[in-house]
Design a protein. Structure first.
Length: 438
């Protein structure tokens, strides 16, 4: 029987109403959302369908080890953001969404146990669930001139039975949509890519070039999309080609936005000077910072700790500024495994050490580990404003099956020594050499 993808309906509104479901399973003929269909049929769901909370599990509720209290502190998220960029800025035009990486990893972290859990807590903060919940409540918003959307999805291979507690927490905290099927299939790759494109408005059209590995049991994805118009737009008639001096001293000609503004929000500290350009609504702003002469831009970022950034923002003054800013579009595709390990998240990537037992149980009963953390990000800036998107994918694979121990080959088919030995005194009662048993 052909197995269809099962879409898990992740979030229910009060009174049983469903949020918009987004992508549909790749074979949708005659299939309705489970809970709506179940209500319409007196409690019976469509054949082959299961909701996120309806998947079978044999787990009991356990303390997953996280601090459930929201202390209102983003301190560890800010630190995580700074360190993640520090570990990924050696390439030209590096670009990351730390929030996207934090939420994608957070879904996996909820299933970590033991020392693996401790490493997640040290890197992400032991209040990660509370911070993630707050992000999911705070950030998805839409208003005139500004859109910000965050979406999460969980893709489960048919050979994994997810832990019920983990499923519930993924729903409640990360608002995750869920799907189940054969993750290594072409259909799975196509639907994952379609989900990425849909939730980034086409800026990240696909995450996978090839189907996932046959041992992949979970793929967890976060997508973030931002589109904001400037509070004060640049005049396209003022845009012109101007030189941009690269770090090696060479110059290139680039389209450059220009603005003369009396009340420009100017920033200055010992690290450098910058500008804060708000988007419509005033809740978000583009911040650009120039290093002091003689300081490289990467030296600037290394010093731009969360505390230093706060100091720079507090220096804000409104001044008359003759501003020029390059118009640009950049994309960045980065495997984050090594950088996360350098930040202290080591055990989760090691087959022999990872404890992700809170995620669920595979048919073979083998443990799982993180095989890949990858992020794609795109950023566009022009006279109107900024459009940006990122997708982070975490792939969790099943460890290779423990091989049956190979017997040591011990064949007495040539001359050998033999004896009858008193094991306590180690005195041989008899001792001999066998040269020819025939």
């Amino acid at each position: 029987m052909k197995r269809n993808w099962t879409k898990w309906l992740a979030v229910m509104l009060a009174g049983g109403m469903l949020m918009g479901c987004g992508s549909q399973p790749w074979s949708t003929s005659g299939i309705k959302p489970l809970r709506a269909d179940r209500e319409a049929n007196g409690g019976e769901g469509a054949e082959g369908m299961a909701g996120l909370s309806d998947l079978p599990d044999g787990s009991e509720t356990e303390d997953s080890g996280w601090d459930r209290e929201d202390d209102g502190s983003y301190e560890m998220l800010r630190q995580f953001s700074h360190e993640l960029m520090l570990e990924n800025m050696e390439k030209e035009n590096p670009l990351l969404s730390p929030v996207s990486a934090y939420l994608a990893l957070g879904m996996v972290a909820m299933g970590a146990r033991g020392e693996t859990l401790q490493e997640f807590q040290e890197v992400m903060g032991d209040n990660m669930p509370a911070v993630s919940r707050k992000l999911m409540e705070l950030y998805p918003r839409k208003q005139e001139g500004m859109v910000l959307n965050i979406a999460n999805s969980v893709w489960v291979d048919q050979e994994l039975t997810p832990n019920g507690q983990w499923v519930q927490e993924t729903e409640e905290i990360f608002k995750g949509e869920g799907y189940q099927g054969i993750l290594s299939s072409q259909a799975a790759m196509e639907q994952i890519n379609a989900w990425c494109s849909e939730n980034t408005q086409g800026l990240v059209p696909k995450m996978l070039e090839d189907p996932l590995d046959e041992t992949t049991r979970l793929a967890l994805l976060d997508a973030i999309y931002f589109n904001g118009d400037w509070e004060i737009p640049f005049d396209a008639l003022d845009t012109m080609e101007l030189p941009f001096t690269r770090e090696d001293g060479t110059q290139i000609q680039v389209d450059t936005l220009r603005m003369m503004e009396e009340n420009q929000r100017y920033l200055h500290s010992s690290l450098g000077e910058g500008v804060l350009l708000p988007y419509q609504g005033g809740d978000f702003a583009y911040v650009a910072i120039l290093p002091e002469e003689g300081t490289s831009v990467r030296q600037l970022y290394s010093s731009l700790t969360p505390e230093a950034l706060a100091e720079l923002l507090e220096s804000e003054n409104t001044e008359l500024c003759n501003l020029s800013l390059p118009k640009y579009e950049v994309g960045f595709d980065r495997k984050l495994n090594e950088s996360l390990q350098a930040m202290g998240l080591v055990r989760a990537f090691e087959e022999e050490m990872a404890d992700l037992s809170g995620l669920g149980t595979t048919i073979q009963g083998n443990p799982m580990y993180i095989s890949l953390v990858r992020q794609k990000a795109v950023f566009r800036l022009d006279e109107k404003g900024t459009e940006a998107a990122a997708v982070t994918m975490v792939a969790v694979n099943e460890c290779a099956a423990l091989l049956e121990p190979r017997p040591r080959e011990l064949h007495f088919d040539r001359p050998f020594v033999y004896m009858i030995l008193d094991l306590e005194s180690r005195i041989p009662l008899f001792v001999g050499i066998m040269d020819n048993p025939g």
